[in-house]
Design a protein around this ligand. Structure first.
Ligand code: COA
Length: 151
């Protein structure tokens, strides 16, 4: 939780999950963002995580978000999900690059960017649920991604 964006309510309210899903559905209906539910491959179809993608607004330098139920972490699931979503951004949508960001101490999120071949381009202060801390800003370019995937 501490490394999620400060706009996430915490302590999490009783209607937090319902409000979050309603907001996701509305954003998708308006064509603003894409959200994918992550569910266990072998079932049951319980929501164990989300990965989201949105266009560059030219300001925030952040176009992808993700979280996973702690019980399912460290099994490579978000590496797999982030790769699928990144393929979608570059191959289906044809975006030239992706801006990505994370709190500096968020090792798992940082590692996913490193493994994808993103370049660290800036450091700034970010506002997270756990407070203000260093925020790493990364750029992943389509050409680099396609080359890397082909290799
Ligand atoms: C970030 C998050 C989605 C990663 O999901 P995950 O499925 O556990 O990640 P993966 O298993 O694909 O691991 C990715 C890499 O991070 C490493 N890693 C995972 N958890 C880690 C941890 N707690 N500490 C250090 N490294 C970690 C893995 O070893 C792997 O690196 P490797 O391939 O070199 O071994 C998950 O930790 C999470 O939900 N965190 C809380 C929410 C959050 O921080 N969201 C992102 C905000 S920017």
């Amino acid at each position: 939780m501490r490394w999620l964006d400060a706009k996430v309510p915490w302590p999490y309210p009783a209607d937090g999950a319902a409000s979050f899903v309603a907001a996701c559905v509305a954003e998708m209906a308006r064509g603003e963002k894409s959200h994918w539910a992550i569910v266990p491959r072998k079932g049951p179809a319980d929501l164990i995580g989300v990965v989201s993608l949105w266009p560059d607004d030219g300001v925030t330098h952040d176009q992808r978000g993700f979280w996973l139920d702690p019980a399912w972490q460290r099994q490579g699931l978000m590496t797999e999900a982030a790769n699928r979503v990144t393929d979608y951004a570059f191959r289906q949508l044809g975006w030239p690059c992706l801006w990505l960001s994370n709190a500096q101490d968020n090792q798992a999120s940082r590692r996913i960017k490193e493994k994808q071949g993103a370049r660290l381009v800036d450091m700034m202060i970010g506002r997270y649920v756990g407070g203000e801390t260093s925020r790493m800003v990364w750029l992943l370019e389509r050409e680099d991604w396609v080359e890397r995937r082909a290799a």
